[in-house]
Design a protein around this ligand. Sequence first.
Ligand code: NAP
Length: 173
Amino acid sequence: MVKRGLFVGRFQPPHLGHIEVIKWCFRHVDELVIVIGSAQESHTLKNPFTAGERIEMLRLALRDAGIRADKVYLIPVPDIAMNFVWPRYVELFAPRFQIVFTRNPLVARLFSEYGYKIVEPPSFSREEYSATHVRELMLAGNDRWRQLVPRSVEKYIDNIKGVERLQQIAMKD
Ligand code: NAP
C-alpha cells in the first residue's frame, strides 16, 4: 500500500521553510497530500493570494525543488466554522492518508482525535522562513523577502504584482 501523508498550510506565500518541511515529509512517506487551507481567503493582509495562485506557486516551487508532481496532490480546502468536524471535511476533499505532518497544535489536536498518527517536522530557520515575515518585508518595501522564497515564486509574485496588491490592501485597511 502507498504510504501517504497530509501537510496543511495557508502558503501565503509558499516559502523555503515550507519546501524544507515537504522534503522532510518525503523521508517518511511515498506520496504527500498538501492541503491549501483557508482556500476561500484572498486579498487580505493575512491572506493576500487566492487558492489558485497558491496552487500555481506551490507547483512551481515543488518543480524547483525537484519533487515529482505525480507524488503530490494539491487540494484547496475552505475553512469551516466547526473545528471538530474539520478533519472529516478535509477527508472529503483529499485522497486517503495515514499520517498528518504538522507543527500547528490545533491541526494536530483535531486529527489526533480521529486517530491519525501525528508527526511534527523540525523547524527550519523559523524566524526567517515564515510567511508572516515575508509579508511584513513586502509591506515595508524590503526586497529581502526575495531570498526567503523559491526563485520561481519570486518571479510569479512579480508577474501578478503581488507586492503592490499587499501594499494597496494595507492602505485600505
Ligand atoms: P502556514 O503558516 O502556511 O504553515 C503551515 C505549516 O508549515 C505549519 O505547520 C508551520 O509550522 C509549518 N512551517 C512554516 N514554516 C516553517 C519552517 N520554517 N520550519 C518548519 N515548519 C514550518 O499555515 P497554517 O496557518 O498552520 O495552516 C493551517 C490551516 O488549517 C489554515 O488554513 C487554517 O485555517 C486551517 N484550519 C482550519 C480549521 C477549520 O476550518 N475549522 C481548523 C484548523 C485549521 P509553525 O507552527 O512553525 O508555523
